[in-house]
Design a protein around this ligand. Structure first.
Ligand SMILES: Nc1ncnc2c1ncn2[C@@H]1O[C@H](COP(=O)(O)OP(=O)(O)OP(=O)(O)O)[C@@H](O)[C@H]1O
Length: 344
């Protein structure tokens, strides 16, 4: 089961590697921690309790529906607004007490960075590099290659696609060799190829030891990209765990294509733990719904019952043409986490 945040230990921060002079990233070093962070705006608690830690080399997802409090949390992580209560530490520095030291380790795209469309990508990066000590032309070349913009870096930004602009934004965030990269919904508006490219180089960055914090409202995206995830709803981190933990023990929607659909549906419905759903009841996404035939059977099925059901069907002489297990949706995860419990 997923770990409830109430049981997550308070983070003990390892000393910053700069402080011991090595400059190397220690594996498993805690790069970012938020401890019981809360934010009151006007009379309303927008953020009620956010606690999590992110380590070097880890891609950490911050997953929640629109309005859950992701952007407000990220704005606190990068000191655009201050928490009302709680503490945020980055590489050993308290973001609110020593923001300059803490944020020296951070590259972020929180609000879309201001790029000059009439300048080339390279000229934009030169502009940002001038504001940061120690960032030279060689570094500009490096970040250009990391985000795979080298072929188009001397074109005007006005000619860039949305995906290229996003990548230029990340290149800018990487200029200062951050240990922590913070991305707010980085794949918003990108086409499938753009999303895939983005995923690949975020993985490369993490493999080199960078900690990456990514917010999203899409479970499928977080599943493909992240090592661990915090589930956030109504201003609260409700659970933190690995992505495998997140989806384990959940009931799956399963789509069956059987030789005899009527008899098959009756048999499936008679098995313990399995319920047969009406096509409309299942709330499938459009692509899945379009792939159904009139004979497709949809069931809600605990994971361990799937092989049992297949065996029963075959023993009853009903040929199984196809079985598809659908991943749980964010809504199902929320239900699973909150079912029967009051989360403080
Ligand atoms: N300055 C503000 N004043 C009042 N309410 C605010 C303010 N900023 C955010 N909120 C409210 O706080 C809640 C969380 O907003 P936030 O933008 O952090 O959510 P989110 O998870 O990032 O969602 P989205 O993806 O839609 O931006 C929302 O209900 C929002 O209306």
């Amino acid at each position: 089961m997923m770990k409830k945040t109430t049981s997550e230990q308070s983070a003990t921060l390892a000393p910053s590697t700069e402080a011991n002079g090595s400059g190397a990233v220690q594996e498993h070093e805690i790069v970012l921690s938020a401890e019981h962070v809360k934010k009151k705006i006007g009379k309303r608690w927008i953020i009620k309790d956010v606690t999590f830690t992110v380590r070097a080399g880890e891609i950490f997802g911050f997953l929640g529906p629109n309005g859950a409090g992701k952007t407000t949390t990220i704005r606190m992580l990068v000191d655009l607004i201050r928490p009302t209560e709680g503490k945020i530490m980055i590489c050993g520095y308290d973001v609110n007490r020593e923001p300059e030291k803490a944020l020296a380790y951070v590259g972020s795209i929180v609000e879309n960075p201001e790029m000059y469309p009439y300048l080339t990508g390279w000229e934009n990066l030169q502009h940002f590099a001038r504001m940061q000590p120690g960032v030279d032309e060689r570094r500009i070349q490096e970040v250009t290659e990391i985000v795979r913009l080298d072929e188009r870096i001397h074109d005007k930004v006005s000619k860039y696609s949305l995906g290229m602009r996003q990548r230029l934004g990340i290149a800018q965030a990487l200029l200062g060799r951050p240990r922590l990269l913070i991305l707010d919904e980085p794949t918003n508006g990108l086409d499938p190829k753009g999303i895939r490219d983005m995923r690949l180089f975020i993985r490369e960055l993490a493999a080199q030891g960078m900690a990456v914090f990514v917010s999203s409202h899409l479970l499928s995206e977080i599943q493909l990209l992240c090592d661990r995830v915090a589930i956030v709803g109504s201003g609260r981190v409700m659970a933190v765990g690995s992505v495998e933990e997140l989806v384990e023990d959940k009931e799956h929607l399963v789509i069956w294509e059987l030789a005899e659909s009527e008899r098959g549906a009756a048999l499936l419905g008679s098995l313990s733990g399995i319920s047969v759903l009406d096509h409309n009841e299942a709330h499938l996404d459009n692509d899945t719904a379009a792939s159904l035939t009139a004979n497709s059977i949809i069931t809600r099925t605990p994971e361990e019952q799937i092989p049992v059901a297949i065996r029963e069907l075959v023993q009853a002489g009903i040929a199984v043409h196809n079985v598809r297990k659908l991943n749980p949706t964010l809504e199902q995860l929320f239900l699973g986490i909150t079912e029967g419990e009051t989360i403080e």
